[in-house]
Design a protein around this ligand. Structure first.
Ligand code: ZN
Length: 76
């Protein structure tokens, strides 16, 4: 099981759950709510957001670049 904290702790280059292109490992298209770029995610990530939406939790998807940029901003 991967928690959000573990995901964020990973180095960006090592994250295999998201890609800018559709691959066999990342077949699900997601729209980043911060930069409106399309990213492709794996089934686990897609399922996590689908479940949150079902539960009425509106947590928008952020692409890896925005997550990294937000982490940079938090450090400053
Ligand atoms: Zn983004």
């Amino acid at each position: 099981m991967t928690t959000r904290a573990q995901f964020d702790a990973d180095r960006f280059e090592e994250i295999k759950t998201e890609s800018s292109v559709r691959t066999a490992a990342t077949p699900h298209e997601m729209l980043c709510e911060q930069c409106a770029r399309t990213a492709f995610v794996d089934a686990d990530t897609h399922e996590t957001f689908r479940r949150k939406a079902e539960q009425g939790i509106s947590e928008g998807f952020l692409c890896g670049e925005c997550v990294a940029a937000n982490l940079e901003a938090e450090r400053m």
